[in-house]
Design a binder for this molecule. Sequence first.
Ligand code: NAD
Length: 305
Amino acid sequence: MLKLGSRNLVSLRDLLVKKLSLHNNRGLSTSHTASRYRLKDKVALITGAATGIGKATASEFISNGAKVVIADIQSKLGQATTSELGPNATFISCDVTQESDVAAAVDFTVAQYGHLDIMFNNVGISGFTPFSIVDLNLKDFDLVINTNVRGVIAGIKHASRVMIPQRSGSILCTASVAGVIGGLAPATYSISKFAIIGTVKSVAAELSRYGIRVNCISPFVTATAFVLEEMAMMFPGVEASRLVQIAHSVGKFEGANCETLDIAKAALYLGSDDAKYVSGHNLVVDGGFSSFKSLDFAAPDQVAN
Ligand SMILES: NC(=O)c1ccc[n+]([C@@H]2O[C@H](COP(=O)([O-])OP(=O)(O)OC[C@H]3O[C@@H](n4cnc5c(N)ncnc54)[C@H](O)[C@@H]3O)[C@@H](O)[C@H]2O)c1
């Protein structure tokens, strides 16, 4: 066995530290140069991207060098969004509750651009189900589950069909803070989002063998059409700008609100090679909301002896 004196040990350690820092610096400079276009040469398919979080993500992906296919049930709006986002955006009409539509969207993307690197299963509906389970019409429950869960499963299935032979890919899904803790939304919606977080972990187990990452993002309340429509029902006649203020007021993080760009940036990270070893993860973007509860003691002057 090789015996080293303490002087030799010190110089060996110095050498290793130098080599390591050279290696790390090389890594740093590479990621620094690549950081301007983090999705250069990548192709993404985003469902529900005619508006809201999906649209913001499509825009962020394109700014980072990606080609993006927008798949949405709203054709007119989807086409308008595509024109707004420029030549690197393409639209395909798609209802995620129809597996054949989802399969066709995946095939269209591959036919158009040659491959599929990022599949973002982002569609979700609230379904406007009642807060009390006693009043729940199970047909409404089925519609939410068909859209929010089955639609996502269809997306994962058909993306995997083309990503497995590639031996690479990043699959993202939109869950919700309402899938992390109960009571924030009607049970039906929460159940659908809890299922997404479970789906991601379950499917990551298989797909990691093929170099395919599967993750989800759980946004906090974000003032999109999705939220504003619900709030308009809760506060009839109140102006949209006021509804946005009310939506922002429920956050617990001082000095910032949850915006579509925050979710888009989370998707950019998970979609890019920066997250090359991240899979089965739920990236919660909620300003810490679901991480803590506060003890709301009464103010001292309100407590009698
Ligand atoms: N906005 C929030 O506060 C919030 C919070 C947590 C999670 N989310 C989730 O984020 C995702 C996006 O929400 P958003 O706020 O951007 O909503 P949004 O309503 O602004 O946009 C959703 C898009 O999905 C499309 N869509 C709806 N049903 C479809 C279907 N069957 N097939 C294809 N497209 C369909 C709509 O046309 C729309 O363009 C959803 O999964 C939602 O559950 C939103």
